[in-house]
Design a binder for this molecule. Structure first.
Ligand code: COA
Length: 147
């Protein structure tokens, strides 16, 4: 059984294990900052098994009216392909259904992780900005190896 719930306090060792399992080293290099970012988010939801083990997490930055930005959606690598990512994203889609924009940034399809992530998001009915006459802009990420 997988339990999806909102959480507001975060254990650094537990977060390290989750982020490390998917190889997100810029995050694991400063897990204290990761926990601060989680605490400052609009919403953090987790997926845990019946024993309480952390299986996955998603968080949002939002005004709860017009925009919901999904920043981070990850499932422990040992538990991929079990429907947990779908449960987390479906929860967020329902929670923020009233918002005009439901957006996220992910790796480009030409990168090693791109095809898997794009397949997942398309399966969950998300589409790329350019497919609806939109573009996304941002400042250049200063150092991709650190947060
Ligand atoms: C992307 C990620 C969150 C998906 O989570 P998951 O729990 O493994 O995915 P699910 O089992 O819920 O899959 C949901 C659907 O997407 C499809 N899907 C997932 N990964 C896929 C892949 N690599 N290729 C094709 N389809 C895929 C599944 O077939 C499934 O379809 P269905 O529900 O219609 O059967 C997970 O792989 C992950 O944590 N990756 C590392 C972190 C990351 O890159 N996060 C996203 C970028 S921010």
């Amino acid at each position: 059984m997988v339990i999806i719930a909102q959480e507001t306090s975060f254990d650094e060792a537990e977060m390290f294990e989750l982020y490390d399992s998917v190889g997100w080293h810029p995050w694991t290099r400063d897990v204290t900052r990761v926990c601060r970012s989680l605490a400052n988010s609009h919403l953090v939801i987790t997926a845990r098994d019946e024993s309480g083990k952390l299986l996955g997490l998603a968080r949002t930055v939002s005004d709860d009216e017009i925009v919901c930005y999904v920043q981070e959606l990850l499932v422990n690598a040992q538990h991929h392909g079990k429907g947990i990512g779908r449960r987390l994203l479906e929860h967020l889609k329902g929670r923020y259904a009233h918002c005009r924009y439901f957006v996220l940034t992910t790796d480009h399809e030409s990168t090693p992780e791109g095809p898997a992530n794009h397949a997942f998001y398309r399966r969950l009915d998300l589409i790329e900005h350019h497919e609806q006459g939109l573009s996304a802009f941002g400042l250049r990420v200063r150092d991709p190896r650190s947060l």
